[in-house]
Design a protein around this ligand. Structure first.
Ligand code: FMN
Length: 190
């Protein structure tokens, strides 16, 4: 598949078939992620692959935390829906930032260094998404895991910064392309 085909064909997928994803395909996604560029080639990304009971355990932890927040009257946005997608997806790749601990204040410490690392990790995630598209897999990039940041890191036994999770599976929907601003709306030529 050509790069533009993957870029244009990719969608956020929120409905997956039950069929498991082969480990070698998950490995191809991770391999693509590790080929992303990174500031000073620091490769700050780290991944945890969860399937089956382990994945469901993490989702339960997220659901419990989201329910707790709701009971306190806090807005939880799309977190419940995202947790449903995570439960349904046969595989989940949790993405961590190896260079930052969750307890550090990145703005106070080194705002630019933190930004460089996060941009690098974003590139790695996008490589995974495009590779998945080329392998006819669907993905959902999920930041709603932040609603359960502490409990998830405790469960993973890590103090590294939680960046995102990527749900992966065979697509059970073919959504239309979501709207985008045009190039002219987002670009100034000087
Ligand atoms: C950084 C980031 C975080 C996202 N977090 C979530 C999420 O937590 N839950 C969700 O359903 N979608 C999430 N999405 C998917 C976006 O909603 C989606 O990319 C956007 O609506 C455009 O749709 P498309 O991906 O099909 O083009 C996220 C996307 C990005 C890039």
């Amino acid at each position: 598949m050509q790069t533009m085909e993957a870029i244009e064909g990719r969608r956020s997928i929120r409905s997956f078939r039950e069929e498991p994803v082969e480990d070698d395909k998950l490995r191809q996604l991770l391999q693509a992620a590790t080929l992303a560029p990174s500031g000073k080639n620091a490769q700050p990304w780290r991944f945890v692959v969860l399937k089956g009971e382990k994945k469901d355990e993490l989702v339960r932890i997220m659901q419990e935390e989201v329910s707790r927040l709701k009971e306190q009257g806090l807005a939880v946005g799309s977190a419940e829906n995202s947790a449903d997608v995570m439960l349904q997806a046969p595989a989940l790749i949790v993405v961590l930032n190896e260079r930052w601990s969750a307890d550090e204040d990145p703005i106070g410490t080194n705002r630019y260094g933190w930004s460089v690392d996060l941009q690098s990790i974003g590139a790695a995630i996008q490589n995974m998404l495009l590779t998945a598209e080329a392998l006819e897999l669907g993905t959902l990039w999920i930041c709603d895991v932040f609603f359960a940041d502490c409990p998830i890191r405790r469960w993973l036994q890590t103090d590294r910064e939680l960046v995102a999770a990527v749900a992966v599976g065979y697509k059970n929907e073919e959504p239309n392309a979501r709207p985008r601003l045009s190039v002219d709306e987002v670009t100034e030529w000087k």
